[in-house]
Design a protein around this ligand. Structure first.
Ligand code: GAP
Length: 443
């Protein structure tokens, strides 16, 4: 088994990530986050919000609608330009993005031009079969909204979370008395009809993004772009991700989305290569200019000090929440000395600690252990309880899900109110006073 297979199996067995709708045979590219997965996701959401919204007086939060007015997606350019040229294997019916399959495809090539390249070079599918004619494939997910069949109207599930940030720009600016430069941040779901999905939950059709849009003067674009690059990478490193496995890469013109002038991807080195999991983008004034045109709104901003007038430009920081979890799992997965350990930073581990009574049929030990367990929970920690099997098996089980500290209540605890605390990474054990536990676990 390779690392991807091992992590996939671990995620299902221990309740991090399940294939969606499994009892119905599964549903391609959809995953459900289990009890431990959701703990990590919640921690990530909280940490990100705290870092990029709460700690910053120049950033305000938002939680916009998933289904908005369809004009939003016309204005944003997504109905027209959020499309890839696709080809299909005529035998297996597997679909491929033409530019992923064929190196000779150049930026902006139309389907007819792709057909020419395929014909001229006699290109076949990876399985060796003929390819279909190329065609555009729009990634927006369409929905019908309305109560009566005849009055239903076509709308879209949002293709990126940030569009509500753009059309609400003036409302947030005025209600929060913001002045440029300032930012609006949001965490929420986005949906894309991806042609190529996987591996595992790396690329899915429904996913969550954490986005920060900085509204800036065009003259400050470089400064804010560089700043977003630096603070976003530092934040990922603060989650314990190995800095040697991180790098920025500039997107080629062929890769760039229609709204981006400059795009730098933050990539992680997986066992199967470097892959992106966050983007820093300079979107220029594309978004507010287009929403202004399509809605007849004047978004011109006047700088109070200089009198300068401009449509605000945007420097964007966008990171996929589930994709970040995927990176954390690969970065943490370790096999050593006959055990599997998820060396997750305690900040993002599903449990902060686990509590065990040495044996489960000694009532006074269990009562004492329950007391320690409940007191830790009351301090706001997430604590696991385990009284099955022997202590060695319990350690093994907690290592595999990344629990940083295991606390055992034994006979000495009843005499002197101390417990054994075992560290996940060093496997060292020390005797600690119960009164010092919550401070120790919170570190
Ligand atoms: N608003 C800008 C934007 O959406 P993007 O590069 O398309 O930019 C940003 O997406 C991030 O969202 C990616 O770096 C990735 O982490 C995440 N993401 C995008 N598509 C995804 C998908 N199909 N599945 C999981 N995560 C995805």
């Amino acid at each position: 088994m390779d690392t991807l297979q091992k992590i996939t199996a671990l995620c299902k067995r221990r309740g991090f990530v399940f294939p969606s709708s499994e009892i119905y045979g599964g549903w391609e590219a959809a995953y459900d986050f289990g009890s431990l997965g959701v703990e990590v996701l919640n921690k990530l959401r909280r940490l990100w919000w705290s870092e990029f919204v709460r700690k910053r007086s120049d950033v305000a939060g938002l939680d916009g609608a998933i289904i908005s007015h369809p004009r939003v997606w016309e204005a944003s350019g997504h109905t027209e330009l959020f499309a890839d040229v696709m080809v299909e294997d005529t035998v297996t019916n597997r679909r491929y993005r033409a530019d992923h399959l064929i190196d000779l495809i150049e930026d902006g090539m139309k389907p007819e031009e792709v057909d020419e390249v395929i014909k001229k070079n006699n290109i076949k599918s990876p399985d060796g079969y003929p390819l279909s004619k190329a065609r555009y494939f729009n990634q927006l997910v369409e929905v019908q909204v309305g109560t009566l069949e005849d009055s239903k109207s076509k709308a879209y599930l949002r293709g990126e979370t940030c569009q509500p940030i753009f059309y609400n720009y003036a409302l947030v600016k005025d209600s929060m008395r913001m002045k440029i430069p300032f930012g609006i941040a949001q965490i929420g779901k986005a949906f894309r009809n991806e042609i190529k999905v996987g591996p595992f939950f790396f690329r899915t059709r429904e996913f969550e993004q954490m986005e920060l849009e900085m509204f800036i003067s065009p003259k400050d674009s470089q400064k804010y772009f560089d700043e977003l690059k630096s603070i976003s990478k530092l934040w990922v490193e603060s989650l314990g991700v190995n800095p040697e496995k991180l790098r920025f890469r500039e997107q080629s013109p062929k890769e760039k989305a229609h709204y981006n002038k400059i795009a730098h991807d933050l990539e992680y080195e997986f066992p199967y290569g470097w892959k992106e999991f966050q983007g820093i983008h300079y979107r220029t004034d594309w978004d507010l200019k287009r929403h202004g045109e399509y809605s007849n709104t004047d978004f011109t901003y006047t700088d109070e000090e200089t009198g300068e007038k401009f449509i605000p430009h945007i420097a964007e920081y966008s990171i996929g929440l589930s994709r970040l979890l995927y990176v954390l799992l690969f970065d943490a997965y370790t096999e050593e000395e006959g055990r599997v350990v998820l060396k997750l930073d305690p900040k993002v581990a599903p449990y902060d600690a686990a509590v065990f009574p040495l044996v489960k049929n000694k009532e006074d030990l269990v009562v004492k252990a329950r007391d320690v367990y409940q007191n830790l929970i009351n301090t706001g920690l997430n604590v696991a309880w385990d009284d099955r099997g022997n202590i060695g098996k319990r350690y093994y089980s907690q290592d595999e899900i990344g629990t940083p500290k295991c606390i055992t209540i034994d006979y000495d605890t009843l005499k002197d109110d101390t417990v054994t605390v075992r560290d996940r990474d060093t496997m060292k054990q020390e005797r600690v006073k119960i009164s010092d536990l919550s401070r120790m676990v919170k570190l």
